[in-house]
Write a protein that binds this ligand. Structure first.
Ligand code: FUC
Length: 825
């Protein structure tokens, strides 16, 4: 494929896309724009706005506007954990059955306590629900001659432009990061031409809509579900600020006539304070937020919104080349992406992932759920809650690498909450100290199983989540943070100290009962003991705690206990066809295409499988992944981008990007794993994890730091011949900019936030001030990697070892806040 940087075309693109934005920031990068020639005809075509707490989906109709609204704490039910059984009383029997190989019986027996359909206080999980829809009916518009709607992800503003009878009408909308309201401006280039009716509707049952004090007010209550009464009260206020014209407010609408322009401020609040307290006053809170926001005229509000947003967004820039294709509307680019020649579409998709994380996960907000914060359904798929056997973790994969570290705060706050609620499941279900959760949680921080034993009896959710705490420490080097979260990690490890059992065949210490998430090893049976992913997860949390004990100089005796247990756990095993075994026994089928690839957790996001430390395991992981195939659900493909990046195969990673950037909606309206017109990822249905997984994967193709060095361009596909990226983050507090030419690194800039040894790995020799050939172990403490046990190899034939590309490794002593430049030799 021939990719060229074409300044002329770029300039042309600027002209074609130019929409007169009145923003003072005026930093509109026209490559950062999603745009369409038609209004959205379905939700997956509407454009998402969000400020972490509030979400809006903008349809951009010609004669009417529809904005679907979300507020992150509108969930069904109310406070309470979903544990009402003492599973620990039947636990010995479940374990006995498993250790006797009676897996199905064990699963059925456990189902007595955890039936597939939920009981009154047991086995349930709540739903994330919408607030409602804001409607605007415009009057006085004639035939529409020109139309365009767009989302500027560089400024987090959506704009719709309609031309009728020679008048240009402009609608700008943003979910303000600085004022915490949704703000919309309706304007035109002809005085007194804005006439419209503004109304609001909600799908909830308990509702009151009223117009007074120059504003519309909606009160509602969240839904009942699974025997839990909906208790979240929410208030929405819509306040118009007119320039010219007149307004009449009645109980169903704001009727605006002949205004020059209108600013609409939408404030939403609930009675939710935290997972066990809903004693807030939604009316008061919504009004307070609104009154404060109204102090800022719209121009000022817009400028401070974009300024705050840009502080995060602007940290990373990616250029993979620009071709003529950038001139096409976004849906057309998506449809044609697989034809090739649109590398900028990958950059756009990468930045869109960052945009979505910034918009759905802000410090102090709830973490991004299965759909971020965007959901229009009262009964959303999988309740739109938190699935923690992959999906929630995947949401946060791009956070550290793509320089959005602050956005992990909501995740960490949730982990802190469930480290409390999870004590109940640890003690009542397992008779254990510490804490745990299973494969789901929700805003009420439930910690028990959901969806029966087949899906739900997986006690490892907290362990995977907790890895994000440890990784945050490795990226940021914040010892204070480590000290704060140490009790969470320690109590996580303690849970395993208490529940691990000696299995009878090898005498290994294993988690039992558990599963390899959602994958059956025998028909309709997932329940097992000592699965590979469980072992990898426990390996990680034990090693985190052992390291943390050294760093914080605490609890050495506990660390010794963990070290001893580590020596008694199963090693990874290579199965009969050379694959990495998914379970303790060699049950893997070559034709298993299951979307979960849980045993490859050790390859990504963890770092237990490395080509440089154990090439056999590396090959075994590759064999497993090849057998699993490429095409799958959206998130599964997103995971595989990362896995192929870790397998150092950029071309295969790129193939997965192509699979993911395929239109989900087919001609017959059926859907498949891929991407919707608004670039939301399709499981199907929409699930945001796929967006985040692929964004993380693109970063992982360009920079890795998990394997004892910073590897520059570890998995560059041939398609990305020339390019540059700035602002990626590596462990140890390094920010890295890269430029490459003809498929080879040309320039590396390292900015050190912490100082310390910077070990660089590259496929080509490098030169630079202070660069020396690497010797011995990397002395940078954030690059310390625990040794795994020697794997057991049961393969029937010798494993075919593919030669690894030669690498050059260098050490560079960096000082805090220093910039260092390296070049290709
Ligand atoms: C897991 C996955 C499903 C889906 C659900 C929300 O259970 O296996 O594919 O993504 O989460």
């Amino acid at each position: 494929m021939n990719i060229k940087f074409r300044p002329v075309l770029y300039f042309l693109a600027l002209l074609v896309f130019n929409i007169k934005c009145s923003t003072k920031r005026e930093k509109v990068n026209h490559l950062d724009i999603l745009w369409y020639q038609k209004p959205a005809s379905r939700w997956e075509e509407a454009l998402p706005l969000g400020n972490g707490r509030l979400g809006a989906m903008v349809y951009g109709g010609m004669y009417q506007e529809l904005i679907q609204l979300n507020e992150e704490t509108v969930w069904s039910g109310g406070p309470g954990n979903n544990i009402n059984v003492d599973f620990k009383t039947i636990l010995p029997e479940v374990r006995r059955l498993i250790f006797e190989g009676k897996f199905q019986e064990a699963q059925e027996y456990a189902n007595k306590y955890f039936p597939r359909s939920s009981g009154p206080d047991n086995n349930y999980g709540m739903r994330y629900q919408p607030v409602g829809d804001l409607h605007i009916e415009f009057s006085g518009l004639g035939e529409i001659k020109e139309y365009k709607r767009q989302l500027d992800i560089g400024n987090a503003i959506s704009t719709t432009i309609v031309k009728s009878d020679g008048v240009t009408y402009t609608r700008e909308i943003f979910a303000s990061f600085s004022d915490d309201v949704i703000i919309m401006r309706l304007s035109s280039d002809k005085p007194n031409s804005i006439s419209c009716n503004v109304s609001i509707a909600t799908p909830h049952k308990l509702v009151k809509i009223k117009g007074n004090n120059n504003q519309l007010k909606l009160n509602g209550v969240s839904g009942d579900y699974e025997n839990k009464e909906g208790k979240v009260q929410f208030t929405t206020l819509i306040r118009p600020v007119l320039d010219g014209g007149i307004i009449d407010v009645n109980d169903s609408a704001l009727v605006i006539k002949r205004a020059n322009s209108v600013a609409l401020y939408v404030s939403i609040a609930t009675n939710f304070i935290n997972y066990h307290d809903i004693s807030g006053n939604s009316d008061l809170k919504a009004q307070q937020i609104l009154s404060k926001a109204l102090e800022h005229p719209i121009e000022e509000a817009k400028a401070s919104h974009t300024k705050k947003y840009a502080l995060l967004y602007d940290r990373v820039k990616l250029n993979l080349g620009v071709t003529d294709s950038v001139r096409n509307p976004t849906d057309v680019r998506l449809a044609r992406f697989n034809e090739g020649n649109d590398p900028q579409f990958v950059s756009l998709y990468f930045q869109y992932g960052r945009y979505l994380l910034i918009s759905s996960s802000q410090p102090g907000s709830q973490p991004a759920n299965l759909q971020g914060i965007w959901n229009n359904k009262v009964k959303p798929p999988w309740d739109c809650k938190y699935t923690v056997n992959i999906n929630t973790e995947m949401n946060y994969w791009p956070a550290e690498t793509t320089n959005l570290t602050e956005l992990t705060e909501p995740l960490f706050a949730m982990i802190k909450d469930i480290s409390e609620t999870g004590k109940e499941s640890a003690s009542r279900l397992y008779g254990a100290r510490g804490w745990n959760i299973h494969h789901n949680t929700d805003i009420w921080r439930i910690s028990g199983p959901v969806d029966g034993a087949y899906y739900g009896l997986w006690p490892m959710g907290g362990t995977w989540l907790s890895q994000h705490l440890w990784q945050h420490y490795l990226y940021q080097g914040d010892k204070k943070f480590l000290r704060e979260v140490y009790p969470i990690l320690k109590n996580q490890a303690l849970f395993y100290v208490d529940i691990m059992q000696k299995e009878p065949v090898h005498g290994w210490m294993v988690v039992c009962p558990s599963m390899s998430p959602e994958n059956s090893h025998h028909p309709n049976t997932t329940i097992a003991a000592g699965t590979t992913m469980d072992n990898q997860l426990v390996f990680d949390v034990f090693n985190d705690v052992i390291r943390a004990c050294e760093i914080l100089d605490t609890n050495r005796a506990f660390a010794d206990t963990l070290s001893q247990l580590l020596g008694q756990m199963p090693p990874m095993q290579i199965g009969r066809w050379g694959q990495l075994q998914e379970w303790m026994y060699d049950w893997d089928h070559k034709d298993d295409k299951h979307r979960h690839v849980s045993h490859l957790y050790g390859l990504y996001p963890s770092n237990q499988i490395s080509p440089y430390r154990d090439p056999r395991l590396f090959e075994a992981a590759k064999t497993s992944l090849i057998a699993r195939g490429d095409i799958s659900t959206g998130w599964s493909m997103g995971w595989k981008v990362n896995l192929w990046a870790r397998l150092l195969d950029g071309d295969h990673a790129y193939k997965l990007i192509k699979d993911q950037l395929t239109p989900s909606i087919q001609k017959d309206n059926s859907e498949k794993g891929g991407t919707y017109p608004n670039l939301f990822d399709a499981h199907p249905p929409f699930q945001i994890d796929g967006n985040f997984g692929c964004t993380a994967g693109i970063a992982e193709m360009l920079l890795q730091s998990q394997d004892r060095a910073i590897h520059v361009l570890p998995a560059l596909p041939v398609e990305w011949k020339n390019g540059e990226i700035s602002g990626l983050v590596a462990r140890g507090g390094f920010e890295v900019d890269l430029k490459w030419k003809n498929g080879e690194i040309a320039e590396v800039k390292v900015h050190s936030n912490l100082g310390g040894n910077c070990r660089i790995r590259s496929y080509v020799p490098l030169k630079g001030k202070g660069l020396v050939e690497a010797k011995g172990e990397n002395t940078n403490p954030y690059y310390y990697t625990a040794n795994i046990r020697e794997p057991l190899d049961h393969s029937m034939e010798p494993i075919k070892m593919e030669p690894l590309r030669k690498v050059y490794e260098y050490d560079l002593a960096t000082r805090k806040d220093e910039n260092v430049w390296l070049y290709k030799l």
